[in-house]
Design a protein around this ligand. Structure first.
Ligand code: ADP
Ligand code: MG
Length: 326
C-alpha cells in the first residue's frame, strides 16, 4: 500500500510549483486575505504557506491529510455548483507521501494554535501547542525525498530557476484575479515579490506588472445569456507600440475560468487571432458548464460546447470593442 500511495501521490504532486498551487488554493478556499509563501533552496528543502484563513477545526485535523477527505463537498451534486478550488481531498495527503509535512492551525474558537506533524500516510504522529495567530501554516520539507530521480531532476540550477519563475508567475496570476489578497514570496529569507491588497483587477494588474504594463490598457466587459457568460478583459489600447517597450508584458496572457488560472489552447488561439494582445481575460460561466478535473493540477479545463461556440462569437465582439476605440 505504501508503494501504491507513493506512485499515485507522485502523479498529483509533480513539482515545487504544484505544491505551492495546492497550498495557496487551500488558503484561498479557507477565506484567507493574506498569504505568505516561503521557499528554502527553491522549495526543495522547504515550502511554507501561511494564511490567515478560517483554520482547520479540531475534529477535522485527524483526517485532514487522509486521502479523499475534503471538507468542501458532501454530495455528488455539489460538483455542479463548485465554488472552491479544491474538492478532491487529494493534495494534502499526496504531499505527505512525498515529503515531511507539518500543519499549524488555529480557528476562531481555538484559544491557541496547534502544530501537527504528519507521517507518510497523512496520520498525525505528534502535536504540540504553538504561538501562531488564526489561520493555517503548512510546511513541506524535503520534497521528493523518497523519489530520488525526481528530486535530482529538480535540483539542477536551470530547473531550480525555472521553478522559481513558475512559482512567481503563479502568484502573479492569483494576485491579478484576487485584488483583495495580500501576497508575499520569500526565497531563502529574501523577499522576492509582494503585493498589497488593492481594490480591483486593474489595480491588481498595476500592482503585479507595474505601471508600464498597464499604461495603455482598455477594459472590455461583456455579458450575455443563454448560456450565461461574463467576459472581462484588459487589452492594450490600439496603436500602443508594445514591441519597443521591454518593460511591458505583451507576451503575457493571463486567462482565468471561474477565477482559476488556466491554460487553454483553444482560447489562446482565439486570442491570438485578435488584432491586439490580451493581457488578461476572465471568463465566468456557471460551474456546471466547466469541467476542471481534466488534469490533477486543474490547470486545464473543458468548457461546455455551447460556451465554446459563444466564445467564438464573442471573440468577434471583443474585436469590435477594440476597433471602436481606435
Ligand atoms: P481539498 O482542497 O480538495 O478539500 P486537500 O487535501 O487540499 O483537499 O485539503 C484537505 C482538507 O484540509 C480541506 O478540505 C480542508 O478542510 C483542510 N485544509 C487544508 N488546508 C487548509 C487551510 N490552509 N485552511 C483551512 N483548511 C485547510
Ligand atoms: Mg486542496
Amino acid at each position: 500500500p505504501d508503494t501504491v500511495r507513493l506512485l499515485s501521490s507522485s502523479q498529483v504532486i509533480t513539482s515545487v510549483v504544484n505544491v505551492v498551487k495546492e497550498l495557496i488554493e487551500n488558503s484561498l478556499d479557507a477565506g484567507a486575505s493574506s498569504i505568505d509563501v516561503k521557499l528554502e533552496n527553491f522549495g526543495l528543502d522547504r515550502v511554507e504557506v501561511r494564511d490567515n484563513g478560517q483554520g482547520i477545526k479540531a475534529v477535522d485535523t485527524p483526517v485532514m491529510a487522509v486521502r479523499h477527505f475534503t471538507s468542501k463537498i458532501c454530495r455528488h451534486e455539489d460538483l455542479e455548483h463548485l465554488e472552491t478550488y479544491g474538492f478532491r481531498g487529494e493534495a494534502l495527503g499526496s504531499i505527505c507521501a512525498v515529503a515531511e509535512v507539518a500543519v499549524t492551525t488555529k480557528t476562531e474558537e481555538d484559544e491557541i494554535s496547534t502544530q501537527y506533524t504528519l507521517d507518510l500516510t497523512g496520520k498525525i504522529v505528534s502535536q504540540k501547542p504553538s504561538h501562531l495567530g488564526q489561520g493555517t501554516t503548512v510546511s513541506v520539507m524535503k520534497l521528493f525525498k523518497n523519489l530520488p530521480v525526481r528530486r535530482q531532476c529538480f535540483s539542477s540550477t536551470k530547473k531550480c530557476k525555472e521553478e522559481l519563475k513558475k512559482v512567481q508567475d503563479l502568484l502573479m496570476a492569483y494576485a491579478i484575479i484576487k485584488p483583495e489578497l495580500r501576497l508575499m514570496l520569500v526565497h531563502n529569507k529574501v523577499v522576492l515579490w509582494q503585493k498589497a491588497k488593492v481594490a480591483d483587477n486593474r489595480s491588481a494588474l498595476l500592482a503585479t506588472l507595474g505601471p508600464s504594463a498597464i499604461a495603455n490598457l482598455i477594459p472590455c466587459h461583456h455579458h450575455q445569456e443563454q448560456p450565461e457568460i461574463l467576459l472581462e478583459g484588459f487589452f492594450p489600447k490600439p496603436g500602443a507600440d508594445y514591441s519597443s517597450t521591454s518593460t511591458s508584458n505583451p507576451d503575457k496572457t493571463f486567462i482565468f475560468v471561474n477565477n482559476r488560472p488556466v491554460q487553454h489552447k483553444e482560447i489562446m488561439k482565439l486570442l491570438r487571432q485578435n488584432r491586439y494582445p490580451t493581457l488578461m481575460l476572465k471568463i465566468s460561466v456557471p460551474p456546471s458548464s466547466v469541467d476542471v478535473n481534466l488534469t490533477p493540477d486543474k490547470t486545464q479545463v473543458l468548457l461546455h460546447n455551447k460556451v465554446t461556440t459563444k466564445l467564438n462569437l464573442n471573440q468577434i465582439e471583443l474585436q469590435f470593442i477594440c476597433l471602436a476605440v481606435e
